[in-house]
Design a protein around this ligand. Structure first.
Ligand code: PAN
Ligand code: ZN
Length: 188
């Protein structure tokens, strides 16, 4: 029998206690996704920086699991750090993202290419409908931390976004984040 448990989430650091899994994504694992390949090479010359960490709380045989994503601040050229971005393997399963600290933008894209951006300031709880790809962007100077909740069966399908990119990108313009068309996006 599954037993209830209070899991402590630190909204500033993203720490999940107890946690059942933790992984780190570095810049090298986002190769090819940023608009400016030259700026990417320059950033890599400065070192393979940590872009985000994911902490999970998952129980066998449960229909829900949750965790945090903690994004570090940074840019590749003018483009803010982002997560790889994915569709779920299960097209009938969405997700919830609940912003805790820092400043983020959630980029979403439906299977037929409709694009949306949701501002993720602390307190915003974003509804990610089934079959919308999602990527988060840290547009602040501090860590951007959010809680996510989804069905463990949802799975990740990274291939589409890896190949096509996302329609929208977030760059710094005049010292502020601006959502623009991604110059590298392939429509098919
Ligand atoms: C999140 C993401 C997490 C990392 O838990 O997996 O923010 O982003 P990528 O998986 O795109 O690298 C989620 O959406 N799970 O479904
Ligand atoms: Zn997801």
């Amino acid at each position: 029998m599954l037993l209830p448990e209070g899991v402590i989430i630190d909204g500033t650091t993203g720490a999940v206690t107890p946690e059942t899994r933790h992984y780190t994504k570095r810049l090298s694992e986002l190769r090819g996704l940023f608009q400016d390949d030259h700026a990417f090479a320059e950033a890599m010359d400065r070192g393979d920086a940590v872009v985000y960490e994911v902490a999970e709380y998952r129980k066998e045989n449960s229909d829900i699991f949750f965790g945090t994503t903690t994004m570090y601040p940074g840019k590749v050229g003018k483009e803010y750090y982002f997560t790889r971005g994915h569709f779920h393997q299960r097209r009938d399963m969405g997700e919830v993202y609940y912003a805790q600290s820092g400043a983020g933008i959630l980029l979403l894209e439906s299977r037929d290419g409709r694009a949306e951006a949701v501002e993720m300031r602390p307190g915003v709880c974003a509804f990610i409908p089934p079959d919308w790809a999602h990527r988060t962007v840290n547009v602040g100077d501090d860590k951007f931390v959010f809680v996510w909740v989804c069905n463990p069966q949802a799975g990740h399908d990274y291939a589409d976004i890896q190949r096509k990119g996302m329609r929208l990108a977030v760059i710094e313009q005049g010292g502020r984040p601006a959502v623009v068309d991604n110059s590298k996006y392939l429509s098919s």
